[in-house]
Design a protein around this ligand. Sequence first.
Ligand SMILES: *[C@@H]1O[C@H](CO)[C@@H](O)[C@H](O)[C@H]1NC(C)=O
Length: 335
Amino acid sequence: MERKICFFLAVIVACIWSSTAFTQGRSGEDGSNWMKNNIGILGRRTLKQICIPGSHDSGMSVYNKGTSLAHPCNVLTQSVPIRDQLQFGARYFDVRPVLEKGEFVTGHYTKLPGGHYQGGNGQSIRSIMDEINKFISSHNELVMVRLSKSLNTEKRRSFDSGEWESLFQLLDKTKNLFYTSNGNIYLPGVTLDQFTNKGTKGAVLYIINESGVNLGSRLGKGYFYYSNLDPYSKYSNTPHLQTMMKDQINKMKGSSSNSYFLLSWTLTQGGKNAGLCRVKMGKSIKDLSAEANSRIWDIVPEIGPYAFPNILYVDDIKDTSVVNVVMEINKKLKV
Ligand SMILES: *[C@@H]1O[C@H](CO)[C@@H](O)[C@H](O)[C@H]1NC(C)=O
């Protein structure tokens, strides 16, 4: 009898321990509240002096539909929806809006020679906005959503101005949009205290990265141009871990002192892996991200006062390991 009770207690303790170990990772940041919890050291810093986790192709945690060559192994970059990525600490989201049959969803498409697109659709834009709204009304964090690579799948072109307007009308229902009277604002120069009113409210920003889009009167009211953030962002375009690591760390050392710097800790399949992963003769995007994410702590010893990422951009955010690295970097900076 007693042994049985002991056994059950041991199981419960083990479960609690492993679940906290899983969600909190190495240095134990609370992924949902890490900015607010660290407002003492981050609040007076500008965005340029802070590192945050970013999620690559953030909407692609589900495979809803795809073209003939598409397969979850070459389309999915994430395992959990934006809601969970927020809870794991991600604060910069790469959202690629797709219009299909009158609905705005997210997509991951590649344009092939000849103008054909191959790829698939993920989470809907409305569900992303609902998840952000739910999060931001109870968390005093900063959330940036970059919108790029729009695609009308039926017409095989990017959005026209009417389609952008419809998307914006949907997104206008986002809560806690960050307002400023200065449409020319350089966002990396704004402090976290200014974005969040000293950690007392959340802030959401849409960053529009597409030519030909005119924000009109929305500019500064939660909507900004990519040029307002103006990041250095160059992915390595390789499936080889060592090549990517060396390349990104070199880029960081060369360019992060004079630009808002996105470090793309991501591997890219290339045609061979993308074509063969469905028959298991090539690596899936998630196989590659597991390789990259397992080495993410390698960045920390490379950090210096003039060499650090502002956005640590990764695939497959499914625990708080990235925010733990990010806070390690933020503590190391001692601005
Ligand atoms: C979109 O982003 C790319 C970098 O990823 C940049 O080179 C380009 O100028 C941006 N375009 C616009 C219109 O923001």
